[in-house]
Design a protein around this ligand. Structure first.
Ligand SMILES: Cc1ncc(COP(=O)(O)O)c(C=O)c1O
Length: 397
């Protein structure tokens, strides 16, 4: 009989190796391991030198974290992503990796408090000065730029004042001065805006918010635009192809690995993005219905509340009972239809994911609208109440 190892050894090592399998899990497993084992000692060097793919130590790389980085990179349409332990870790590490003593930053006056404190109180201790400007005043931004300005930093939608940055204009100002544009995209999320498509060099999300969506992790991800070594931010050749200068992504990754800023939470972040997407579909649909009905002078609820017919006095066929417009749900699309006599012309106003609509008129002629996008746990329902301007009118055609 094979000699058993001790109870203590079995307690620690039994069940350590996954059973051999011709299949792979559909959902990537969480690699809750700080270190990885090797069957041959020389493999460690091969992996460290990048000659063989693999992982050695989770502070430097972990399969689950790599997948998270790839996924957010794909959402943000970037070329490389680095995941962090929190949004603040992503911001502080990215900025620290991209500026040094003697450098200057131009940052928005209205920023998330933690970020503002970092620029105002911490960076000066490291020899980096920040000028805070009104990001909506492009002249102020332009005149704050100095020869040693390395970064322009803003939020796509600022926290807490919800100011919206003109990213293309800011990228133009930053690049003309040889600086990078770094954007905190947390409040927009890649569903609403992908800053790299507007010229930003780095887009950062606190994954604690929309990217996750379940309030069960803290995390952050920085995503980088493609970088060509030896070309400055204006696109001018500064070092030729032989340049050994590291890309911003490589600098940030190196600092994150050195000091362990990395993400180490569970891989449960996808739902937030899907939810945000559904929220957008429902929002777009409800805004349109709300806008249309506001000017109606005749409305009627049909099909048990699932359809609404309406007309405007400004319509040429207003008096005709054969004429009306209506919103109705067909499959996953909300249709806006114009009916004249027997003929119907239809346009699809909210594609994808609308699963329920309902309309109700109360005794004061307020129309209550409810639109749901998605289904099951992730469904998003938005409601609005509108008082059509020209009601009351006939209750039926
Ligand atoms: C716009 C914005 N950026 C960054 C952060 C920081 O993210 P975290 O809390 O994940 O560190 C926050 C947090 O509220 C935020 O609102």
């Amino acid at each position: 009989m094979k000699k058993r190892t001790s109870m203590a050894t079995r307690a620690v090592h039994a069940g350590e190796k996954p059973p051999p399998s011709a299949t792979v899990p559909k959902v990537p497993p969480i690699y809750a391991s700080s270190v990885f084992t090797f069957d041959r000692l020389d493999r460690i060097d091969e992996v460290y030198e990048g000659k063989t793919p693999g992982y050695v130590y989770s502070r430097q790389g972990n399969p689950g974290i790599d997948l998270l980085e790839q996924a957010v990179c794909s959402l943000e349409c970037g070329s490389d992503g680095v995941a962090f332990a929190s949004g603040m870790a992503a911001i502080t590490c990215s900025v620290l990796a991209l500026v040094g003593s003697g450098d200057h930053v131009v940052a928005g006056r209205v920023l998330y408090g933690g970020t503002h404190t970092f620029f105002k109180d911490d960076l000066p201790k490291r020899g980096v000065e920040t000028t805070f400007v009104d990001m909506n005043d492009l002249e102020e931004v332009r005149s704050a730029m100095r020869p040693n300005t390395k970064l322009v930093y803003c939020e796509t939608i600022s926290n807490p004042l919800m100011e919206v940055a003109d990213l293309s204009a800011l990228a133009g100002i930053a690049h003309a001065a040889g600086a990078l544009l770094v954007v905190d995209n947390t409040f927009a999320s890649p569903v609403l805006c992908r800053p790299l498509e507007h010229g930003a060099d780095v887009s950062i999300n606190s994954a604690t918010k929309y990217l996750n969506g379940h309030s069960d992790i803290t995390g952050g991800v920085a995503v980088f635009a493609p970088y060509v070594a030896g070309v400055d931010a204006r696109g001018e050749d500064v070092g030729g192809s032989g340049s050994t200068e590291q890309s911003p992504a490589a600098k940030v990754r190196a600092l994150a690995a050195l000091y362990g800023f990395f993400f180490s939470g569970l891989f449960t972040w996808r739902k937030g993005v899907v939810r945000m997407d559904q929220q957008q579909s429902a929002r777009a649909a409800i805004d349109l219905v709300d806008r249309e009905l506001r000017f109606a002078d005749w409305v009627k609820i049909e099909s048990g509340g699932a359809e609404i017919r309406y007309k405007f006095s400004s319509d040429p066929y207003h008096e005709s009972e054969q004429y009306f417009r209506r919103f109705r749900l067909s499959g996953e699309q909300l249709l806006l239809e114009t009916v004249l006599g027997g003929s119907v012309s239809s346009s699809n106003v909210a594609a994808g994911g609308i699963s329920a609509v309902s309309f109700e008129i109360d005794g004061s002629n307020n129309v209550h609208i409810s639109i749901t996008a998605g289904s099951g746990e992730g469904a998003v329902t938005l409601q609005s109440s509108v008082r059509p301007r020209n009601l009351p009118k006939p209750a039926s055609p």
